[in-house]
Design a protein around this ligand. Structure first.
Ligand SMILES: Cc1cc2nc3c(=O)[nH]c(=O)nc-3n(C[C@H](O)[C@H](O)[C@H](O)COP(=O)(O)OP(=O)(O)OC[C@H]3O[C@@H](n4cnc5c(N)ncnc54)[C@H](O)[C@@H]3O)c2cc1C
Length: 303
């Protein structure tokens, strides 16, 4: 009740107060904040993936603005010699308004990244987007084989089949590059696993398939059990450093993050930033007042 009350008054509280909750998970409002945080991680031998926070878009003009922001972000990051890449959500480029417009925007971003030898990760959003995002990835991957990757969600029952279905795009020269995560959206039971044990089992099955087939895996989790499971698979398949990394979210489980780094594994941190953090955080906190985790969710939800 108390949480609910707090959440309902959040939008009316001073921005500075909300920032106290949000700042652990969002690197800041400006591109300079993102550069500063990225350089700090880089100095600790940790890579980053940068994400511009966006609001749910209602028009294709907003999609155009979002594209320009990413094109600028790529330029600025390269100028700052950031050891990192970029994560992008197709709905912010109009996926659910006009998928061809979204494709053209994403293509421009990936082409720019490719021209600078960089990489764009397509974040996976909720299930109405899954087919569209797999299709978008296929089109871009065919044209830019080394510069685009996709996220897969272990909680979706379809994921193992998706993985097998994309195996034709895998080559030894340029492996498929996936980020594997549990998945953050609330999905219907018919299409998703709900129990933690089940999700974890499928996470490790998906990961094993990637390793067996020499695909690149970004192992995105803060779950100690999964990290240990991943260690076992890396050992079992003698996976070379060139074919995997661990990934975590900015502000989450820094101790565990350091232990993975200390164990000699590559680590990449997801660094979100942008002016729209306030609307994002307050709306999500209001919907479900489980403070911290919902600020994290705000990073991934678009509407
Ligand atoms: C780099 C990265 C990118 C991601 N990209 C996507 C994406 O594109 N699409 C998508 O659907 N999901 C994405 N996610 C989110 C992911 O799907 C999970 O929802 C999220 O990572 C929590 O799952 P977990 O594996 O950490 O396990 P959990 O069981 O949720 O968490 C394990 C432990 O981590 C700690 N923890 C987890 N979250 C928090 C928190 N918010 N605050 C404090 N401690 C916490 C707790 O100690 C918890 O017990 C991404 C996650 C990461 C790390």
């Amino acid at each position: 009740m108390f949480n609910k009350f707090i959440a309902s008054i959040l939008p009316y509280l001073p921005k500075k107060l909300i920032w106290i909750f949000s700042r652990s998970y969002i690197s800041g409002e400006t591109i300079d904040d993102a550069m500063r945080v990225s350089k700090e991680f880089n100095s600790k031998n940790i890579k980053v993936t940068l994400d511009v926070l966006g609001e749910f878009i209602k028009s294709l003009e907003e999609a155009e603005t979002n594209k320009q922001e990413y094109l600028n972000l790529i330029d600025v990051s390269i100028r700052n010699r950031i050891d990192g890449n970029f994560s992008a959500k197709p709905t912010s480029f109009g996926l659910l308004i006009d998928k061809e417009v979204c494709y053209r925007h994403m293509r421009e971003i990936v082409a720019k990244a490719a021209s600078l030898n960089s990489f764009i990760r397509i974040d996976m959003e909720d299930s109405p987007c899954t087919d569209l995002e797999v299709e978008l990835f296929r089109r871009l991957k065919t044209e830019f084989p080394a510069n685009v990757g996709l996220v897969l969600q272990a909680y979706l029952k379809r994921t193992f089949d998706d993985l097998k279905g994309m195996a034709d795009l895998n080559t030894e020269m340029i492996p498929l590059n996936f980020r594997l995560c549990k998945g953050i959206y609330i999905e219907p039971e018919a299409i998703s696993y709900k129990k933690k044990g089940e999700i974890n089992q499928h996470f490790l099955e998906d990961l094993e398939f990637m390793f067996k087939n020499k695909m690149y895996a970004g192992i995105a989790t803060h779950d100690k059990i999964l990290i240990e499971g991943a260690y076992r698979l890396i050992e079992k398949y003698k996976v070379p450093e060139s074919l995997y990394e661990f990934q975590m979210l900015y502000g989450v489980t820094p101790g565990l993050r350091q232990s993975v780094v200390n164990n000699g594994h590559a680590m990449r941190i997801y660094v979100p930033f942008g002016e729209k953090w306030f609307g994002y955080s307050t709306r999500r906190l209001k919907e479900n007042p489980k403070m911290a985790s919902h600020i994290i969710k705000a990073i991934f939800y678009k509407g």
